[in-house]
Design a protein around this ligand. Structure first.
Ligand SMILES: Cc1cc2nc3c(=O)[nH]c(=O)nc-3n(C[C@H](O)[C@H](O)[C@H](O)COP(=O)(O)OP(=O)(O)OC[C@H]3O[C@@H](n4cnc5c(N)ncnc54)[C@H](O)[C@@H]3O)c2cc1C
Length: 453
């Protein structure tokens, strides 16, 4: 913009002067103290904000219509700057509110700024490209101090982007595919794969589900058979709905072996084929159908004990479900921020966040193995509670937004996207009914034999 254009856009008027521009071809309006050369000389702030989001005013196409501001008035609608907390009641978890104790606040601030400035615009452009070559977080958290609360913050800040497929594309495979390598891989595999994946150089996914083995993992048909010299596995079979599968370099694969299940890390190579599955969210999630055709894998890539891989799969589900609770709880809060209505919506948000923080605290203290024993039921219940509540919240939000709630652009953009994708959470990582059943079974298992009514 030239200096002349800039001064033309910063003139100061009185309300009376604006009101005089009310004829065809000479129409000015006021929106939140700024003067626009557009239509009849009246203050259109109220009507504008009942039809449009604030960001519309900031778009270059509309910003160029602005010709000045109103004398002695300044804008009352202030968009939060990158990194700032929302001022809307209940739009942030309690621990971020003024006067509350706040652990790990520095990481949260840095993460919020990073998401607002870098991730949000990238997600809205939805290009499927990844964030390469960035130094993140500037060393705020020492690796040895990183705990589940840090991970909760990272997950919850990223969710604020409000682009479900993009989020899963960025982190989904890493969150569920990498932990079995980290917790059950041998030193050789871990030291090769972990830096590559965490450094963003390679991608990984978790490949468990098959067309006939979704909720019922035991229905799995993919096989792994040892070569006669015992040095390799030969993997055959198919996997379905695998997040990040279309672009993954590594596949953490559940296989049927001679005496049970074994989890094996397969590297993309001869015999591995992936094709995209079209779902109702973005292809940036990389949801794939995978074929393994006589894929030769070194036995060193076995994750955890041979024939006892069910433990590896099941213990990994706890972390996956916990991440989904983090995401679901935060996404519901975004809906509250958009609507700020309905006591039930707010109550659901607060309840699940408190439950989540309770579980997260226990996770920071327990070993991975103890977590499987003590927290599997809790996490199953909490995940089902969160995703069930999320569906009610989505329906309530559409009701409040009316036609806007089912319109992909404009004011309802976020609510429409949330409503369209929220059911995913009810199925992924364990369907709600299955998790309810799991939680009750875990509880019954722990019932002392000598207790009677
Ligand atoms: C977009 C997307 C991404 C995915 N990403 C991955 C991934 O990265 N890796 C991976 O391995 N898998 C992935 N999955 C698969 C996902 O884990 C399965 O979809 C899920 O386990 C449910 O299996 P299913 O779809 O076969 O449904 P089914 O197992 O057929 O279940 C359908 C419904 O039947 C009912 N039901 C089933 N069993 C029971 C029971 N025991 N008790 C009560 N009710 C029951 C439930 O209501 C359930 O919702 C993904 C799926 C989708 C859609």
């Amino acid at each position: 913009m030239s200096a002349q254009q800039s001064s033309e856009r910063n003139q100061v008027f009185t309300r009376e002067e604006v009101a005089a521009h009310n004829k065809k071809g000479d129409l000015w309006i006021i929106i939140d103290s700024n003067v626009y050369d557009l239509v009849a000389g009246q203050d259109a702030t109220k009507i504008f904000f009942s039809l449009h989001r604030h960001e519309v005013l900031l778009k270059p196409a509309y910003a160029r219509l602005r010709i000045g501001s109103i004398k002695d008035e300044s804008p009352t609608i202030i968009a939060a700057s990158p990194g700032e907390l929302s001022a809307v009641p209940y739009a942030e978890p309690t621990w971020l509110s003024k006067g509350y104790y706040s652990p790990h606040k520095e990481l949260q601030k840095a993460m919020r700024k990073f998401v607002d400035e870098i991730v949000y615009p990238d997600a809205q452009a939805c290009p499927g490209k990844h964030l390469k070559g960035l130094t993140l977080m500037d060393g705020i958290v020492k690796p040895e101090e990183f705990d589940y609360f840090h991970e909760m913050i990272i997950t919850q800040e990223l969710v604020r982007v409000g682009a479900r497929g993009y989020g899963d594309g960025m982190l989904g495979g890493m969150v569920i595919g990498l932990p079995p390598v980290m917790n059950f891989g041998n030193e050789q595999v871990r030291s090769k794969v972990m830096p590559e994946v965490l450094g963003g150089k390679k991608f990984i996914c978790l490949a468990i589900s098959e067309a006939f083995a979704g909720s019922d993992v035991s229905g799995m048909k993919t096989t792994a058979v040892k070569t006669p010299d015992g040095k390799h596995w030969i993997v055959n079979g198919t996997k379905k709905w695998i997040t990040n599968g279309t672009f993954a370099d590594y596949f953490t694969v559940g296989c049927r072996t001679d005496g049970g299940f074994t989890v094996i890390l397969v590297e993309r190579g001869p015999g591995v084929e992936t094709s995209a599955i079209k779902t109702s969210y973005s292809p940036t999630a990389g949801t794939a159908y995978i074929t393994f055709d006589n894929v030769k894998v070194p036995v060193e890539n076995t994750l955890g004990p041979e024939d006892a891989g069910l433990l590896v799969i099941l213990s990994n589900f706890n972390h996956e479900r916990w991440v989904m609770i983090c995401a679901s709880a935060r996404a519901q809060r975004l809906v509250v921020e958009e609507c700020l209505k309905l006591a039930e919506m707010i109550a659901r948000c607060e309840a699940i966040q408190s439950w989540l923080e309770n579980i997260t605290y226990q996770m920071t203290k327990m070993s991975y193995k103890t977590m499987s024993d003590k927290l599997a039921g809790q996490i199953a219940f909490a995940k089902a509670y969160s995703t069930e509540g999320a569906q009610k919240t989505a329906a309530d939000a559409v009701q409040i937004f009316g036609g806007r709630g089912i319109t992909k652009t404009g004011m309802g953009r976020f609510i429409e996207h949330y409503h369209r994708t929220v059911t995913f959470d009810a199925i992924l990582g364990g369907a709600e009914d299955v998790l309810g059943d799991l939680g009750v079974r875990q509880a019954v298992k722990k019932m002392p034999p000598n207790v009677r009514l």
